[in-house]
Design a protein. Sequence first.
Length: 320
Amino acid sequence: MVQVYVHRNGRTTQEPLLDPAWLEAGAGATVWVDLSDPTAEDFTLLAEPFHFHPLAIEDAMAEMHHPKIETYDGCLYAILHGIDSTSSDLATHDVDFFLGANYLVTVHDGLSRSFPEVAVSCVRNDRILGEGSSALMHRLLDTMVDHYRPEVDRIEARLDGLEDAILEATDTREITRQILALKHEVTALRRVILPQRDVMGRLARREFSQISDEVAYRFRDVHDHVVRVADDALMFQDRITAMFEAYLSNVSNRMNEVMKFLTILSTVFLPLTVVAGVYGMNVTLPHLPGGDEVQFWWVMILMGAMAGGMLWFFRRRRWL
């Protein structure tokens, strides 16, 4: 779907079609063309009338790219990632930006919440698109980055819950699955946010002629937000690593406790088995005091004394 917004004569309107005359330098118009979940026919707009570089068009048609920024013949091309609003887990989708002096073209899969929000604001507030195409790009990126914060807070809450559950976990497979799933989300966040931080940094350093000094200062604020998200992602990675190590240590300690109990049990029953084996032989053995009817009880008392003595010894050595 192609949506066209144009700001002329102090007013912003949504138009059904793009007029190439609006793209002329002296037209006095600022144009935003938004390609949401575009078809092959929609992509023809990138070649005509915009005449974007074929490599940039090829990247825009690809499903997924890492964040990057490049310049082509006076056009600034950037790939950045936004949050996928349809996924229950952390998932991102790439958004392509083509920025010119008086136009902005965006290409995305239609799963972003940021673009409908900004589109509604553009129609209601003429000043948004009237500030220029670079200011509009800043507003879109600022909205996209703001949507990262709830996802980061959700990951942090899950980390806190897992840290509490590790020490009391009985289902080791479930805890392992949750830790690995969370690690996968944090890794995906880092894979996207670290190069995105670098792109935002370049936008804030006034490297490109399409971005004025005033708008570059605004990008600094967006860059600061991305830096904080990147720092959180690095911290989450360290927490997950420490959490997994603590979990393995806890499982190992539980296994050691079980092995300790079984070892003590085997050690106690070993001499009892010897005594029972000796007195169970079908040969004549020396009798303990009393008649035949009390020999069984003498053996029981002997075995009980041996077991009690060994347990007392283990307790004294603090093995129990």
